[in-house]
Design a protein around this ligand. Structure first.
Ligand code: HEC
Length: 128
């Protein structure tokens, strides 16, 4: 039960963030093929995952303010398209904390391609 409340609070925070900040933190130009994936990421994933390419800071940076729903930072962790699609469908790799199916179909793929391209310390910086 406590977990459901946490997830609801997190999703609400994500919604508030999307309304308040729009897509201003996104590093990709609007005509970039991965821009749509970046917008979706910022709206639906950014409250729990840090990712510089989308301008989000959801992951814990300090152990003292770490929260159970904080997910890995994609600045540090490289991901493949297949792994991201798996995580979206199953709710992370463990299925314990991240809600499943926050995005589906074409939207899920757009997010996955955006993450796979820019995640990890070796990834290129977004062009725009
Ligand atoms: C409520 C917070 C929350 C939201 C929202 C969220 N995640 Fe997560 N995510 C997590 C947590 C916590 C983990 C780590 C635990 C696990 O893997 O089950 C995780 C793990 C992952 C992983 C596995 C990373 C790895 O290398 O271990 C991927 C990929 C991922 N999330 C992608 C996404 C995408 C894409 C979205 C948006 C569609 C999203 N997440 C939304 C909390 C969240």
């Amino acid at each position: 039960m406590a977990r459901r409340v946490l997830i609801a609070a997190c999703v609400a925070a994500a919604a508030a963030f999307a309304v308040g900040c729009g897509s201003s933190g996104i590093k990709l130009s609007e005509d970039d093929p991965d821009h749509a994936g970046a917008v979706l990421f910022a709206e639906r994933c950014g409250s729990c995952h840090t990712f510089d390419a989308a301008g989000t800071q959801g992951s814990a940076t300090d152990v003292t303010d770490r929260e159970i729903e904080d997910g890995p930072s994609f600045d540090d962790r490289p991901e493949s398209v297949e792994d991201v699609l798996f995580a979206i469908q199953n709710g992370g790799f463990s299925g314990a904390i991240m809600p499943a199916n926050i995005a589906t179909g074409r939207e899920a793929r757009q997010i996955a391609e955006f993450i796979a391209k820019y995640a990890g310390p070796q990834a290129p910086s977004p062009p725009g």
